[in-house]
Design a protein around this ligand. Structure first.
Ligand code: PMP
Length: 416
């Protein structure tokens, strides 16, 4: 890989101010100031999100919908208000098209079982890429076992970029869905999902986009992407865990079977037959994660306040500078060198197991992830069982990459 020139990280994002919004960044780990480079696993939360969740429980907590009392109405307004803010954040035409789920994993399982399962016959094909997170592989494998459909895989090259000509060749009259990650959590690759959705769309093939790692790094516009399904997780975008979403156009949601049965997803229940609610309620059986939705709404407000274009510009220059800094470490090899990347630097250090790297640098206050990153096939492509991964968020700085590089020098010295 050509080494990028270090670049200035002066942009419209005032990172020092941003850092003060995140209380956890003030803490120490093993007596050293925390350097948190594990945002791809889960982002930290700004005070505004922590406070929104706490305020909900302190002042407004009650179950939502159908309650006549004041607290229930306030809770319903907060929950539905969060849905509306999220819908507008991803430029969904209507907030009724946004289904709250537990996160990306549940959203993909929902599409697999409620949309695709009734539409599959033996020999039909589902197309995913080699760089998918397990949550965009295993639900389709389960579905293939259930229906006799076949999972096909778009290959990647040695930079970790998609083989687009293979993708175009693999699309055919048996393809029933394309599932593609927008930003790879293991390699950082940004995929050309708009181009892929256009190619599949011209053959009337629906496209599911796994947006888990895209949402924290760039503005997302589901209409301009042209996909059929867009899935994301709150905790990757500075919101709470246990909440996320699925967007799909209303006619697609209406044509889908229910996913789980229970309260809230019905209009009328008798033993003679049950009438289902309209979307999104039809897919939100049971009491949802109300406080989580409220917290996610606060995360959206926070990100909009910063402006996603400023976040993207800042992070792009930080990724370049961080990559350059890490390449100064002798024996370090970056895994995932696609021309278009976001947020993630996966690497190995000659002869040192990634778990040893992660454990040792934790003692220097530096938090990174090591392992297969729930993307075993992607990592196996490089002949590896595991990598170390530094992943960045809008609160990270070049100085923190200096701390990481120094900690890695300590690791190297220990194994010399
Ligand atoms: N897809 C990608 C690209 C991810 O990074 C993750 C989380 N690591 C997921 C899907 C699954 O998200 P969740 O665990 O929040 O459902």
């Amino acid at each position: 890989m050509n080494r990028p020139e270090p670049v200035s990280t002066d942009t419209a994002l005032d990172v020092e101010r941003v850092r003060t919004d995140f209380p956890i960044l003030q803490r120490e780990v093993h007596g050293k100031p925390l350097v948190y480079l594990d945002t791809a696993a889960s982002a930290q939360r700004p005070e505004a999100v922590v406070e929104a969740v706490a305020d909900f429980y302190r002042r407004h907590n009650a179950n939502i919908h159908r309650g006549v009392h004041t607290l229930s109405q306030e809770a319903t307004e907060a929950y539905e208000g969060a849905r509306a803010r999220l819908a507008s954040f991803i430029n969904a035409p209507s907030s009724a098209e946004l289904v709250f789920t537990r996160g990306t994993t549940e959203s993909i399982n929902l599409v697999a079982q409620a949309y695709l399962r009734p539409r599959l016959a033996p020999g039909d094909e589902i197309l995913v890429s080699r760089m998918e997170h397990h949550s965009n592989i295993v639900p389709w494998q389960i579905l293939c076992e259930q229906t006799g459909a076949v999972l096909r895989v778009i290959p990647i090259d040695d930079d970790g970029a998609l083989d687009m000509s293979a993708f175009h060749d693999q699309l055919n009259e048996r393809t029933r869905l394309v599932g593609i990650v927008m930003v790879s959590n293991a390699l950082g690759t940004v995929n050309p999902v708009r181009e892929m959705a256009a190619a599949a769309g011209s053959l009337d093939i629906p496209v599911l986009v796994d947006g888990a790692q895209a949402m924290p790094h760039q503005a997302v516009d589901v209409q301009s992407l042209g996909c059929t399904f867009f899935c994301f997780s709150g905790h990757k975008m500075y919101g709470p865990t246990g909440i996320g979403g699925l967007w799909a156009p209303m006619d697609v949601l209406q044509a889908m079977a229910p996913y789980q049965g229970g309260g809230e997803m019905i209009r009328k229940v008798t033993f003679e037959g049950t009438e289902y609610n309209d979307p999104p309620g039809k897919f939100e059986a049971g009491t949802p994660n109300i406080a989580g939705a409220v917290g996610l709404g606060a995360a959206v407000d926070y990100l909009e306040g910063l402006c996603m274009d400023h976040v993207a510009a800042y992070e792009a220059s930080l990724l370049d500078a961080g990559t350059a800094r890490l390449l100064d470490v002798k024996g370090l090899r970056i895994i995932g060198t696609a021309p278009h990347k976001a947020g993630v630097i996966s690497f190995t250090l000659d002869g040192i197991h990634p778990h040893d790297i992660g454990t040792i640098i934790d003692h220097h206050g530096v938090a990174i992830r090591t392992g297969h990153h729930c993307a075993m096939p992607a990592i196996a492509h490089f002949g590896l069982p595991a990598t170390a991964r530094a992943s960045l968020g809008l609160y990270n700085t070049v100085a923190e990459f200096d701390r990481l590089a120094e900690a890695l020098e300590h690791v190297r010295a220990m194994f010399a």
